[in-house]
Ligand binder design. Structure first.
Ligand SMILES: NC(=O)c1ccc[n+]([C@@H]2O[C@H](COP(=O)([O-])OP(=O)(O)OC[C@H]3O[C@@H](n4cnc5c(N)ncnc54)[C@H](O)[C@@H]3O)[C@@H](O)[C@H]2O)c1
Length: 428
């Protein structure tokens, strides 16, 4: 079996998740170089992937100048760095596994798409949900014609409370200006990608959206709430207490404590408290300095007349992605986290119309790692593709990923400008 050579750019949480495939499957994949602007992250990755010093780089320019040979580069830098790093890599003729979101606006997106074509390079976007057993089985059922022509797609994403607070209220995606994207792009470019992918061979046409920051605003804070949770009279009862979520429960520690700049297992409780007092991680959730929406709805209509809706709510009791697709011959309904969906197909038995129900169990394949197995599966599909040249049903080119991203940009325009957006205008 040909061993695929991979370079890692951006050695943070996501980059190492993908690169770790080489540790589980050393006969398939090898990390040949690591690049990160952070000395700490670069050194941690160098040790993790057993590399010599001269295979580590402090910038994408230094990596390119070294002329490292590899089959693909994982670009898992933060959102705003995707465009400059991806363009540099493509112009140097490297294939890229690029973290989502590709970039915050359509000009950069279309530039990356064009650079990929001009340089004859592959750009695979990390839409990891497509690779899960749940969504790939849904796609296969649709492609097999089980429900006929897709007429309606109803998707929800309920972001769990602690995750929402850690990432989008106090974390690095809490501010549209700073992180370069709103909630929809940061969290739900997956869902709009899935919607376009499952809509099957019909392009999105019109997009409309409403969204508000309706919960995490000062006027919703309990009376007498203080700026920092440590001093607050409501700390013991508030759902969003920073003391409870970050210090005691230690939700997403790799993210919460990244700003301290030390290996996580060496950080003391006192250092965490000091950090919280001087960052958003100690602040009242209603007054965290963030500005992104916590509640948004999107409606997409497709060229063939089918329609999709996405209901996005932040800080829910249960994290859940629900899906209900109605077709001309039946329907599919399920919850991603339950690893099971139902296919109902019309029958013509007897006097009344009824339906048969088939239950599809998608547990197998969902066990390894995060995102219901998607983080591991994308790497497995990618290795196979780079070895054989044949893409799987889930693995698609940048051309295909463009549609979901365009829907996100259009939805954000619609939300901000209060009008329905014709995607022809955006494409133009
Ligand atoms: N696919 C998914 O489901 C999913 C989930 C979470 C995050 N993400 C995305 O993954 C990306 C990375 O997120 P993360 O949580 O791993 O962030 P992170 O901060 O943990 O890692 C990013 C790393 O990139 C490095 N970096 C930044 N700019 C760089 C540059 N110009 N050159 C080289 N290195 C650079 C940083 O020092 C850091 O080590 C983001 O775009 C994020 O939106 C995707």
């Amino acid at each position: 079996m040909k061993k695929i050579k991979v370079a890692l750019l951006g050695c943070g949480d996501r980059g190492c998740i993908y690169a770790d495939y080489s540790l589980r499957n050393p006969e398939e994949m090898e990390i040949v170089a690591v690049t990160d602007i952070s000395d700490l992250k670069r050194e941690e990755a160098r040790v993790r992937y057993s590399l010599p010093e001269d295979k580590t780089f402090a910038s994408v320019e230094a990596f390119i100048a070294a002329g490292i040979e590899c089959d693909i580069v994982i670009d898992a830098t933060m959102d705003k760095a995707h465009y400059p790093t991806a363009m540099a890599l493509l112009n140097a003729k490297y294939n890229i596994l690029l973290e989502k979101p590709v970039c915050p606006n359509k000009e950069e997106l279309l530039d990356i798409q064009k650079a990929a074509h001009d340089n004859d390079c592959k750009v695979i976007v990390c839409h990891v949900l497509r690779y899960t057993s749940f969504y790939s089985a849904v796609k296969k059922a649709i492609n097999d014609g089980k429900i006929g022509r897709v007429r309606s797609l109803e998707l929800t994403e309920h972001v769990g409370m602690a995750h929402f607070i850690d990432s989008f209220v106090r974390g690095k995606w809490n501010n549209e200006e700073e992180c370069g994207s709103g909630l929809l792009l940061a969290k739900c470019c997956h869902d709009l990608d899935l919607m376009c992918w499952l809509a099957n061979a019909s392009r999105p046409k019109f997009v409309t959206s409403l969204g508000f920051r309706e919960n995490f605003t000062m006027d919703k804070a309990p009376e007498g709430a203080t700026e920092l949770c440590f001093d607050c009279p409501h700390e013991k009862t508030c759902n969003y207490s920073a003391v409870k979520i970050h210090l005691d429960r230690d939700t997403m520690p790799f993210q919460t404590w990244a700003g301290i700049g030390k290996p996580i297992d060496t950080i003391t409780r006192e250092e965490k408290i000091e950090y919280m007092k001087n960052s958003a991680y100690g602040r009242c959730a209603y007054n965290s300095g963030g500005d992104i929406v916590d509640n948004q709805n999107v409606i997409v209509s497709f060229e063939n007349g089918s329609m999709g809706t996405l209901n996005l709510v932040g800080a829910c009791a249960k994290a859940e992605r629900y899906l209900h697709i109605v077709g001309s011959n039946g329907e599919i309904e399920g919850v991603f986290e339950n690893n099971e969906f139902k296919i109902r197909m019309f029958t013509r038995e007897g006097r009344r119309y009824g339906f048969d129900t088939e239950i599809v169990d998608t547990t197998v394949g969902s066990e390894i790692g995060k995102h219901g197995g998607g983080d591991n599966e994308i790497m497995r599909h990618l290795m196979e593709y780079l070895r054989t040249g044949t893409p799987s049903l889930s693995l698609t080119s940048i051309d295909d990923s463009v549609e979901g991203h365009l829907c996100v940009y259009a939805a954000e325009m619609s939300r901000k400008e209060g009008k329905t957006i014709d995607l022809a205008d955006i494409r133009a």
